[in-house]
Ligand binder design. Structure first.
Ligand code: ZN
Length: 236
């Protein structure tokens, strides 16, 4: 059992190396691993590309059946509601997961999917396996993401220097700001401009909208007409 969770942890580490949230999963059938996957949400630009779903799809393909009878799933984090429902649909026999996820979990938290009367297959569930290692992976990822806040909080948070952007591009953990980072670096434009051209920045700085004068609105006052031009051009 331990080695199966170890393989899931390996997948999680690899996912982290690809800039994904580090979560990994393996599916075991008759004592051997038939599918393993890491989270690929960013890479595939697919909000459903969670490790569990990718592993379930792979296992179903290999067994040539939509029902994974007798299969056990090992995943490093408590599955979200979407994956918990998929685990039920797939008829997974046992679910082993690592860290508990009070914020996003759907098994022991949130909707408690397997306890719902609308859930027609309940796997045996064992949580907290290698919890500390699975949790530490995610915590180190969160710390990386926290360092990238200057970019993520760009909208209305004042200027983000090119230095912030460049340094995050070389960091190993990236999340939703990956595209912003890439665009900023490759095209050598400011992150604000990048966001603005894609209609993700408001027309004027929020501080200016309600009449307040902050250092931010002063800083950007001279730039605002340029930004507005860009915005209008983008809309045509
Ligand atoms: Zn999920």
């Amino acid at each position: 059992m331990g080695s199966f969770m170890q393989q899931a942890l390996d997948e999680a580490v690899e996912a982290g190396g690809r800039g994904e949230v580090p979560i990994g999963a393996v599916i075991v059938h008759e004592g051997r691993v038939i599918a393993r996957a890491g989270n690929r949400v960013e890479e595939l630009a697919d909000p459903t590309a969670h490790a569990e779903l990718l592993a379930i799809r792979e296992a179903a393909r290999i067994l040539d059946s939509p029902r994974l009878i007798g299969c056990d799933l090992y995943v490093t984090l408590e599955p979200c509601p979407m994956c918990a429902a998929a685990i039920s649909f797939a008829r997974i026999r046992r679910l082993y997961f690592g860290a508990y996820d009070p914020k996003g979990g759907g098994v022991d938290h949130g909707p408690h999917i397997f306890e719902q009367p609308t859930c027609h297959h309940r796997p045996e569930v064992v949580g907290g396996i290698e919890e500390s290692r699975a949790g530490e992976l995610l915590r180190s990822f969160s710390r990386m993401r926290y360092r990238m806040q200057p970019i993520r909080a760009l909208d209305g948070a004042g200027p983000a220097s090119a230095g912030h952007v460049r340094s995050s591009a070389t960091g190993s953990a990236r999340d939703g700001s990956l595209a912003i980072t890439r665009g900023s670096v490759e095209k050598n434009i400011s992150p604000r401009t990048w966001l603005f051209r894609r209609g993700r920045l408001p027309l004027a700085h929020p501080a200016a909208a309600d009449g307040r004068r902050s250092w931010k609105s002063r800083t950007y006052a001279h730039r605002r007409p340029v930004m507005r031009d860009l915005h209008v051009r983008g809309r045509r």
